[in-house]
Design a protein around this ligand. Sequence first.
Ligand code: PMP
Length: 394
Amino acid sequence: GAVPDWELLRSQFPMIGDLIYLDNAATSFAPECVLAAMDQFERSYRANVGRGVHRLTRIASQKYWHAHEKAADLINGEGGITVFVKNTTEAVTMIARGLNWQPGDVIVTTALEHHSNLLPWRALEKYGVMLRIVGLRPDLTLDMDAFSAAMDDSVRLVAVTQASNVTGTIVPVTDIAGLCRRYGALLAVDAAQSVPHMPVDVRALGADFLSFSGHKMCGPTGTGVLWMKEPILEPLFLGGGMVEQVTDDGFTPAEGFHRYEAGTPNIAGGIGLGEAAAFLKEIGMHQIEVRERELCSRLIEKLSAVPGVRVYAPVDPVQRISVVSFTIEGIPPHEAAAYLDEEGGIMVRSGMHCAEPLMRRLGCPDGTIRASLAFYNTESEIDTLAATVREMLS
Ligand code: PMP
């Protein structure tokens, strides 16, 4: 399709103003259409969903359920079950707690993982489950030889991020899915950093589970998705809204996503999340990917040109998303980030990025500075960042 008008799209984000916001991997901004969809729920048809028959509950239910279809549509997930959750952390926890683990089961994961895709699996070790962690190559890509070597018939599940929130590394999930099929293992993909930045097709990927967060993809905070191919998980949360029938001595769980959404959900948030998914789809994830690749290459080039700056990112633009970690010689990350905000009005993340084992492997025990882009960022913002870093060192 035609190249989107990026400047016009940028103008739809009321938060941007004069800010130089380069912390999109932590949370992105939300456009007018998402804010309006949530506002409309609160102002004109606020009611509970899936309960009763009055006109407001019918409108609210229809909008909330339709939001699931919009979210599924973004990842080509219509054939599976799209559950609305609080965030990626909750989604991964629901998978870890929802499978019937046996002592000796092995989970294979990687050194790239966010704590949210590590700790829920770690917590299973007390049931006799074992973790195998696949490392990185010196070029910051995943060591696929080591991955193959980690696979055998005892592997029950593979849990991988599709894109790292520290190095931006894109993981070859389709190849990993092939290994999973060969050994009969389930595949759970942490797509928190991929869904906002590149086309994700759960069918083509061959994932059994895919998790992502609404707040990183122009949607509301407190929203996320757990997509699953089949409803093989035991529901973690039980109560109202998730049952078909409750007898005096038991219950039959409901079908579809309802089974996994007990209690009154974040209705405004879910509606906003659906709107965000439709918004991104309308722009086109491929267009977003191309635009961000362009911006990211400029970011890496400009930062690398500053003496004393070290950049942590794969060299090949197609193997990375627009997340760039860097360190500055002699300046601790938090100090650098505070300077960037005070002197340049630039917002970046600093510290461990919820990935402490990875920081140690990278040789950055004090963390890094991280600039992470969205399609609404500009060349001039990137240039200002590089210039301010240069100034800091002078
Ligand atoms: N996985 C990755 C790769 C992430 O970047 C994040 C968010 N930083 C998470 C999981 C957790 O997401 P949330 O905080 O929305 O649960």
